[in-house]
Design a protein around this ligand. Structure first.
Ligand SMILES: O=P(O)(O)OC[C@H]1O[C@H](O)[C@H](O)[C@@H](O)[C@@H]1O
Length: 522
């Protein structure tokens, strides 16, 4: 049995607090850049040379990992323990991509078999849509998949679709366009519907709970549009939900695919939630390759040697930065246009998981937990908020992601270098500029340096490397939650706003809420 203790109760907490962080201006040598690197799945690597740690601090982080039993806790998780204490649920998203431990039986079934069965059903459905066995009422092929969902039922799948859209097009496996409707703002649904031929759309209604206001409202919005076009909504809609949700019982859908309560929304990209849209857009084989990349990365996360476990090492360095160095944000900076929505996905993944002030037992904790996450693809970010990152009063750790090769491959050679080379040159330059700075007598032009970063480097963004990248961050967030002794798998903090919004709509308000309602003309 593992022991769940608060971080500040551990010996390592004290020992780490007594360390002095590394001065990057001096420390970032060529040797370090070569050595401070850990292999990831799909040929990628995690390089932490520009982090403020040295061998002594790494040793203490390894001790912390042991003392907090981080890998053992992960083992409990994938073997089916009730890790989500708040909701008394198992946490099984890794099972959607592989079997890391023993068979997990819940609700009377083998859970890996259940997830695979759903994948197979989706594959069969997608193949039939692609080969014209499933068509619209006129017998025409569907050309566009439109996902209706919000939060975890939108961000991950949308980010993954965008990440592979161009890759699939150049590699001959692009099957259908995908669009996404998430916001309850009517302009979102209206704009998407105006951009498609609804008669050739297959709508994927995705809601684990089947009760989310925004999603059900958008479902009605779409049904209305289908009815106005004289189309039968039940011939154009499929559902992805949990078997216990109200949607599961409805006969309004062409097909229904299931996940369950053991997969948190923000961890659901590798379940049917991401599976339906990605299999329709790119074909089931590409979705399977994405799952393989994630499975390969998950295996690395079972290694108790922190220098062979990139997610664990990344998590521990992040904890050191958050709790010992007092940095309260982290920027995610992919130098890849295809990852344009990846930071948005990580915002939910990280902040909804670890934005907690009480431990797993509901007792307040006395140390900072999850950081603020934000980001934009480079080089666009460089021309936006990097000023603050370089010279602002806060130090913000940076997580770069870069690939040696572009996805589409079309490029131009101008002034002796290609665009891809310019992109990669920028990320290399930024790491060194942040870490080492540059002295200038003019203080306005002075760069102090000492601003830490790490970089994940891959050959190219492919289904496998995307899966590995996703799993890396899921596992990092999980390990950090274990250190902070919080439950990373519930999200009670989103409830209060929903309850108050319902009250406003029912006109059951008083005091400040009543006045805000009036100001907004509700
Ligand atoms: O998939 P659903 O049940 O519709 O939930 C969609 C989203 O809404 C909730 O408010 C949560 O904050 C998210 O974690 C969840 O992903």
């Amino acid at each position: 049995m593992v022991a769940w203790k608060n971080f500040d109760q551990l010996e390592s907490y004290k020992a780490l607090n007594e360390t002095e962080c590394v001065d990057l201006v001096q420390a970032l040598t060529a040797e370090r850049v070569k050595n401070y690197t850990v292999p990831m799945a799909a040929g990628m690597s995690y390089n932490y040379a520009a982090k403020q740690v040295d061998d002594k601090i790494l040793e203490l982080l390894a001790k912390l990992s042991e003392e907090a039993e981080l890998v053992e806790k992960f083992k409990e998780l994938y073997n089916g323990a009730v890790i989500n204490t708040g909701e008394q649920r198992l946490v099984l998203h890794q099972l959607t991509r592989g079997q890391l431990g023993n068979a997990v039986n819940a609700d009377g079934v083998d859970k890996r078999a259940f997830y695979v069965e759903q994948q197979n059903k989706i594959a069969d459905f997608a193949n039939k849509v692609h080969n014209g066995e499933i068509t619209n009422e006129k017998g025409e092929k569907f050309t566009t998949a439109v996902q209706i969902g919000i939060g975890g039922s939108d961000l991950g799948p949308r980010a993954m679709y965008l990440a592979l859209e161009n890759w699939a097009k150049v590699n001959g496996c692009f099957k259908m366009d995908a669009k996404f409707i998430s916001n309850v703002d009517p302009d979102d649904a209206a704009a998407v519907l105006n951009s498609v031929d609804v008669s050739k759309c297959i709508f994927i209604l995705v809601s684990k709970s089947g009760t989310t206001l925004e999603t059900l409202t958008n479902e009605s919005f779409v049904k209305d549009a289908l009815a106005k076009a004289g189309l039968d909504a039940s011939k154009h809609m499929i559902a992805v939900t949990s078997e216990t949700s109200p949607l599961a019982k409805s006969s309004d859908y062409l097909a229904a695919f299931f996940m369950d309560d053991y997969i948190g929304g923000r961890y659901s990209s590798t379940s049917a939630v991401g599976g339906a849209v990605l299999s329709l857009a790119f074909g089931p084989e590409i979705f399977a390759r994405f799952l393989n990349g994630a499975a390969e990365e998950d295996k690395l996360a079972t290694n108790s040697n922190i220098k062979e476990n990139p997610a664990l090492l990344d998590a521990l360095i992040g904890v050191y930065e958050r709790n010992m160095l007092g940095y309260d944000s982290t920027a995610v900076l992919p130098y890849s246009q295809a990852l344009s929505r990846f930071p948005a996905h990580l915002q939910q993944l990280d902040m909804e998981s670890n934005g907690k002030s009480v431990n797993r037992f509901g007792e307040p904790v006395d140390y900072p937990t999850g950081p603020v996450i934000f980001g934009e693809p480079g080089t666009n970010g460089q021309h936006s908020f990097y000023q603050l990152l370089h010279q602002g009063t806060d130090i913000i750790p940076l997580q770069f992601i870069g690939f040696k090769n572009s996805q589409i491959g079309t490029d131009v050679d101008i002034q002796g270098s290609t665009s891809q080379q310019k992109l990669c040159a920028n990320v290399a330059a930024q790491i060194v500029a942040f870490a080492c700075g540059k002295e200038d007598e003019n203080k306005n032009k002075n760069f102090e340096g000492g601003r830490p970063s790490s970089i994940i480097i891959g050959d190219q963004l492919t289904p496998e490397s995307l899966g590995a990248l996703l799993a890396h961050f899921e596992n990092k967030v999980m390990f950090q939650g274990f250190v902070w002794n919080v439950n990373s798998f519930d999200q009670e903090g989103v409830q209060l706003g929903k309850v108050l919004a319902k009250r406003v709509l029912a006109h059951e308000t008083e005091g400040a809420l009543a006045v805000y309602s009036d100001l907004l003309n509700i």
